[in-house]
Design a binder for this molecule. Sequence first.
Ligand SMILES: Nc1ncnc2c1ncn2[C@@H]1O[C@H](COP(=O)(O)OP(=O)(O)OP(=O)(O)O)[C@@H](O)[C@H]1O
Ligand SMILES: [Mg+2]
Length: 252
Amino acid sequence: MPAKLKVKAENLHKSFTTGEGRLEVLKGVSFGVKEGEFVSVVGPSGCGKTTLLKLVGGLEKPSRGRVTIDGRPPDPSRHRLGFVFQEDSLFPWRTVWENVGFGREVRGMEGEERVGELVGMVGLRGFEHCYPHQLSGGMRQRVAIARALAVEPDLLLMDEPFANLDAQTRWILHQDLTRIWEEVKKTILFVTHNVEEAVYLSDRVIVLTSRPARVKKVLRVKLPRPRDKLSGELVRLRREVVDLLREEVPYL
Ligand SMILES: Nc1ncnc2c1ncn2[C@@H]1O[C@H](COP(=O)(O)OP(=O)(O)OP(=O)(O)O)[C@@H](O)[C@H]1O
Ligand SMILES: [Mg+2]
């Protein structure tokens, strides 16, 4: 039986009114994400990736078209969503433990031991009582991932979560995110500029056109995990995505 669709985006259009007039950002974007699937979205800078993620998370409303999670429009009272963003969004006055537990606290969720499990899962055991300023950038993003998972989300939405990290830390977090995803079995929609990251992490990669964004191509990455970033098939897929992006942005 084919896996159920977790997210369904149908003919999404989004325009913003700016000082200059109307800015058309998304122009008929449609795709699905299956339950438990890891799907990445890549596209030229400024094409509308973050806007798309916001529509899926219900933070913005589409101008036209429809997005559903489990068959219903995104609704914070119905869906539990986990967000991880590029910028460091931790609370500086809270420890690692308190940051991870934040969402559970607000929702009145029981089970302190789950916070401990997640801290361990992201490799931060021993740092529970540290404050964000005492951690490296990679460690802070690990806390952000644990915090997003702590609300037991139906769906994890990630917007360039590793963009500010050095290549080595990024590489380690890629392996860790793969392991975490296999462990928690969550559906992930992951926005990135980084083509290597997209093909390495994902079951499918959605390539967008430049603004106003449409779906240019969806590529399937059929390789089993753990993957080798330098395997012939991954390198071939990277090449294919880069070539597609170069059609949009010739100087890439
Ligand atoms: N609230 C808003 N009001 C007006 N314009 C907006 C708003 N949000 C986004 N935009 C515009 O929409 C376009 C797409 O923005 P978005 O952040 O979705 O792109 P992106 O693909 O995520 O970019 P990047 O690759 O730089 O992260 C940009 O031109 C941006 O200025
Ligand atoms: Mg963005």
